[in-house]
Design a protein around this ligand. Structure first.
Ligand code: UDP
Length: 239
């Protein structure tokens, strides 16, 4: 899995440059241990990783693996922080973001906060549409000519959506942001600083949302840790 060796500041700068240039669509992809594991069985996710222009280590498991395997990434680049940093710049530089995904109530709360901060939203649409076709939704998004598109539909749905429609979307930069709108709107709390700095944000999330334990994704973390450890052992054996 390719991962760009970037800090949060560098990722923000790179995406900002693409947005400012306004060229053909660029794609950002957040990766964590869960997504890395999913990539082994999900060809669409692998195609997204191959198509992505910026792949950043959203999860601590990816940074940990890079260190264990002797090719360290500089730091974790949480997608929610990259999204927040780009929204900050949107207010400074007059970019018009489009928000796709999450519940309508979350979107409305976030939109009113962003408007108060002087951000001119290109548009927004919740992530629970049923009557609209994806094609019509894409046409609606494109017609607003956004500078940046954040897609919060959960993984891998958001990545599959972006892979399918990126070229039709006509937006300089797009990325999937998972549950970021819930956090940025204040509807959901992010892990306290102590959990974040000690690399245990995932444990805090599991504690808050135990239903995640019942999903296949809960297995991905230990699987990933095991695979990385095996990789390290075999490296020692052969070199
Ligand atoms: N979501 C959505 N439509 C759906 C399923 C999910 O808009 O059909 C939203 C959900 O409301 C939440 C985000 O997608 O805001 C997914 O958040 P989650 O924390 O599950 O993200 P992940 O762990 O997949 O990155």
């Amino acid at each position: 899995m390719p991962v760009d060796r970037v800090t949060l500041a560098e990722a923000t700068e790179t995406a900002s440059q693409w947005i400012t240039d306004g060229g053909s669509p660029r794609l950002g992809l957040a990766v964590n241990a869960g997504k890395a594991e999913s990539m082994r069985r999900d060809a669409t996710l692998r195609a997204v990783a191959a198509r992505a222009d910026l792949v950043f280590a959203d999860g601590v498991g990816v940074v940990w693996a890079s260190r264990i395997l002797g090719d360290p990434l500089p730091e974790r680049v949480p997608g929610v922080e990259l999204c927040g940093a780009l929204l900050e710049r949107a207010s400074e530089r007059g970019w018009r973001p489009y928000l796709l995904g999450a519940h309508q109530v979350v979107l409305q709360q976030l939109a009113s906060q962003l408007t108060e901060r002087g951000i001119d939203l290109a548009g927004m649409h919740d992530g629970y549409w049923s009557t609209l076709s994806e094609q019509d939704l894409v046409a609606e998004i494109s017609s607003t000519r956004p500078d940046v598109l954040f897609v919060a539909l959960g993984s891998p749905r958001q990545e599959a959506f972006l892979l399918r429609w990126l070229d039709a979307l006509d937006v300089p930069f797009a990325m999937g942001v998972g549950g970021s709108f819930d956090v940025l709107s204040g509807q959901k709390q992010r892990a306290p600083k102590l959990f974040r700095s000690s690399g245990l944000e995932w444990a805090w999330r599991l504690g808050r949302e135990p239903r995640r334990l019942a999903t296949r994704r809960a297995l991905d973390l230990p699987l990933w840790a095991g695979r990385v450890t095996l990789e390290k052992i075999s490296l020692y054996t052969y070199f």
